[in-house]
Design a protein around this ligand. Structure first.
Ligand code: FUB
Length: 328
């Protein structure tokens, strides 16, 4: 089945879709034309606010993202209202706890270092109020909040290479500087492991009960190949790059993610939320535009792949459009 463009009215990307109280919300990044030239460090993704979209039920009360009317619930958080953030509101996600809603988002601080922030609302459509500081000990980008049906705990997975700065960190500490990030010709970032070494891993941590901090030090979410070996840094078609997403189905934890420079969405599975995860398959082939980013969400008993591409903007990779299709 052909995918549906969800919101042709504007450029939005990086969807996180959730059903809250029987209503289907999509929390995307809000792309804009800033005029900033395209670079590997992602400067051209210069977003300044977040919106919430809602897919309305049909006359029978059924939620169907392929056919349901989509409405924009408006701005839910602005960059200027985040005390610690200077620029680049990148991917975000929302979770509900005890009747309150927690938006966790990526942004750069005054020193151009990415952190994860929290903003809180009483309703899923916001408005959200940002905490004064980012999550202590947070770094890099692309948070995914996952309600674990087994433990009842909320987990966060995060991380992203190159512009997402994950390559600067080892064991949750910054060990490289921004100056080391990009080669003088600006074409790629250094500091990734050698091709034959284990890849850099996304991070996973349990969230605190108030959803405003990590309850534990983030751990590596390791992905193994068919021989039980950790994927190698040089395995660009399978190694993690960005866009973490977790869902639970048929007794297994499913971790899906983007491979970045090879432009795939891939899947790995595990019996434990912490992993290790076993690589299983590709979920999505390359789309128009450099980035690919998705979520896998269950709506009224059916599974959907929400993602984005840059076809409607004529391939301008920083102006992306939201899509959805059913998942087999
Ligand atoms: O939207 C900015 C960045 O592009 C996201 O954080 C990445 O996942 C990529 O989609």
């Amino acid at each position: 089945m052909e995918a549906r463009y969800l919101w042709p009215e504007d450029y939005m990307a990086d969807p996180s879709a959730h059903v809250f109280g029987g209503r289907l919300f999509i929390y995307p990044s809000h792309d804009r034309e800033s005029g900033i030239p395209e670079r590997d460090n992602g400067d051209h993704f210069d977003m300044v606010d977040y919106h919430a979209l809602e897919v309305l039920p049909d006359a029978a009360g059924r939620l169907d993202p392929m056919t349901g009317k989509v409405v924009d619930r408006g701005v839910i958080l602005r960059l200027e209202d985040v005390p610690w953030a200077k620029r680049q509101l990148w991917d975000s996600d929302v979770a509900e706890r005890n009747g309150r809603y927690y938006l966790v988002f990526s942004a750069k601080d005054a020193s151009d270092v990415f952190h994860l922030g929290v903003a809180v609302a009483d309703r899923p459509e916001g408005p959200f109020t940002a905490e004064k500081e980012p999550i202590a000990g947070s770094y890099s980008i692309d948070p995914c909040l996952f309600d674990d049906p087994k433990s009842g705990e909320c987990f966060i997975a995060f991380g992203g290479l190159w512009g997402g700065q994950l390559q600067r960190y080892r064991d949750n500490a910054a060990v490289h500087s921004a100056e080391e990030d990009t080669l003088p010709d600006g074409t790629r970032c250094a500091l990734e492991p050698q091709d034959g070494e284990p890849a850099l891993w996304p991070k996973i941590a349990r969230m605190s009960a108030d959803m405003k901090s990590f309850a534990e030090a983030p751990r590596d979410l390791v992905i193994l190949d068919e021989n039980g070996e950790p994927l190698k840094a040089g395995d660009h078609a399978r190694r993690f790059f960005e866009a973490s997403w977790l869902h639970f189905k048929d007794g297994l934890y499913h971790f899906t993610y983007s491979t970045g420079d090879t432009h795939f969405i891939c899947e790995a599975v595990s019996e434990s939320v912490y992993g290790p995860y076993r690589y299983t398959r590709r979920l999505l082939e390359p789309q128009v535009g450099w980035t690919t980013h998705h979520c896998v969400s269950e709506v009224d008993g059916r599974w959907w792949l929400f993602h984005h591409d840059s076809a409607p903007s004529g391939g301008r990779t920083w102006l992306r459009s939201l899509k959805v299709k059913p998942l087999e």
